[in-house]
Design a protein around this ligand. Structure first.
Ligand SMILES: NC(=O)c1ccc[n+]([C@@H]2O[C@H](COP(=O)([O-])OP(=O)(O)OC[C@H]3O[C@@H](n4cnc5c(N)ncnc54)[C@H](O)[C@@H]3O)[C@@H](O)[C@H]2O)c1
Length: 375
């Protein structure tokens, strides 16, 4: 198969889908790999590194025209629509339920879109989402460290255990991947860390991974209010249902928080678990509501592009290789987890959640493949 690795064009996106080392794996399996000039530059990988791994550096138009599998990081942008061709496979974070126009373009152009975010594993986890969540949690703590400084709008607090000074308090809601990522750094810096969750199993699993200066509390109104009153930093790491309209932390609750406290919203759901959250960018990451600094950057991992690209490439390589080695149809037939990620196929919408959201007819992935082969 011919695999194309383009340079991402989304603003502030420095990640690349594949490292040179992963490229050599494709080449060793007999595939041809085309890489756009400077595709890896933002992650510290030079064209020369890709060439050494066996890739051909290929201009953008030619790459899109010739590749069977377009292997990316972010969704398809409007500037890319006309470069796609019928029956091309696109493997990336598609987020079709948030991008109706893109989804319609994929359907109209008969592109086979497979998204990273819906492919699960036998434990019901999402192996291509988890690495970025861990990184986002860690980046969230580092943002708290930065924005707690007087020179960056904070009250001048060093989030670290210092002799003779009270230990800062960090509250993390959500004990999943990003919560554990944030807690690892917050605890390693010697802070008093409290984590809240509604799921005992998630708390037990986080407890096994974290040191003893992390306390675990059930996430209920009483425990949350106790934490809000005493915390220096609140980090929201909840996976908030898209349909939920209420909030865990309301605008009114912010008045209970300490002067100069910081809210880091890793989950970044506009008016989600935190009512006053609205997503921000790396260019303009923070804003104040009720005197509380909010940080809600929606692509935190991009700030750590080299690390993120290495983690993402390792997580996605087995799936990309399965598709390249077996062909899309066979790979989807054999792997039920990969099947879950099939979003569009030859003009049919095969992801139920997006179909329901936009009232577009849904076709089961295997049925769609059979239908296309019969016609
Ligand atoms: N900002 C970014 O750049 C970025 C990057 C990656 C992920 N994210 C987002 O971060 C969020 C969390 O991702 P994750 O992979 O850590 O999710 P996860 O599923 O691993 O963990 C979420 C946790 O929230 C808990 N939870 C649910 N409701 C709760 C409640 N009411 N109180 C307390 N805990 C509750 C769940 O039990 C679970 O343990 C997602 O929305 C994800 O999209 C953001």
């Amino acid at each position: 198969m011919i695999i194309g690795i383009p340079k991402e064009i989304k603003k502030n996106e420095f990640r690349v889908a594949s490292t040179p080392s992963a490229v050599s794996t494709f080449v060793n399996h007999g595939h041809t790999v085309l890489v756009e000039p400077n595709a890896g530059i933002g992650s510290g990988f030079l064209d020369m590194d890709y060439e050494k791994a066996g890739a051909r550096i290929t201009l953008r138009e030619e790459l899109y025209k010739n590749c069977d599998l377009l292997y990316k990081v972010k969704e398809i942008e409007a500037l890319e629509y006309d470069l796609l061709h019928e029956n091309q496979i696109v493997l990336t974070y598609l987020h079709s339920n948030a991008h109706l126009e893109m989804t319609n373009e994929l359907l109209k152009r008969k592109i086979s879109g497979i998204c990273y975010e819906d492919v699960d594993d036998e434990r019901g986890e999402f192996p291509m989402l988890a690495p970025m969540s861990i990184l986002a949690g860690k980046g969230g703590f580092l943002a708290a460290l930065y924005f707690s400084q007087s020179v960056h709008g904070g009250r001048g607090l060093l989030l670290n255990r210092i002799t003779g000074v009270s230990i800062p308090e960090i509250t993390i809601i959500g004990c999943g991947w990003s919560g554990v990522g944030a807690a690892e750094l917050a605890a390693a810096f010697g802070n008093k860390v409290t984590m809240l969750d509604i799921n005992k199993r998630a708390m037990d699993s986080a407890k096994d991974k974290l040191p003893v200066n992390v306390e675990f509390l059930f996430s209920n109104r009483e425990n949350l209010l106790t934490c809000l009153k005493r915390t220096d930093v609140l980090i929201n790491c909840i996976l908030w249902p898209k349909t939920r309209k209420d909030h865990l932390v309301s605008r009114e609750d912010l008045k209970l928080m300490r002067r100069g406290a910081v809210i880091i919203d890793v989950a970044c759901d506009d008016a989600g678990a935190v009512e006053t959250c609205r997503s921000t960018t790396h260019d303009d990451p923070a804003y104040y509501e009720e005197g509380i600094l909010h940080y809600a950057v929606d692509n935190i991992p991009s700030g750590f592009a080299e690390t993120a690209s290495q983690m993402l490439s390792s997580a996605t390589l087995p799936y990309a290789l399965e598709i390249a080695n077996q062909g899309l149809e066979e790979a989807v037939r054999r792997n039920a987890h990969l099947k879950r990620g099939l979003t569009t196929y030859r003009g049919m919408l095969t992801l139920k959640e997006t179909a329901d959201k936009y009232d577009i007819p849904f076709v089961d992935p295997l049925l769609a493949i059979n239908k296309a082969q019969e016609s």
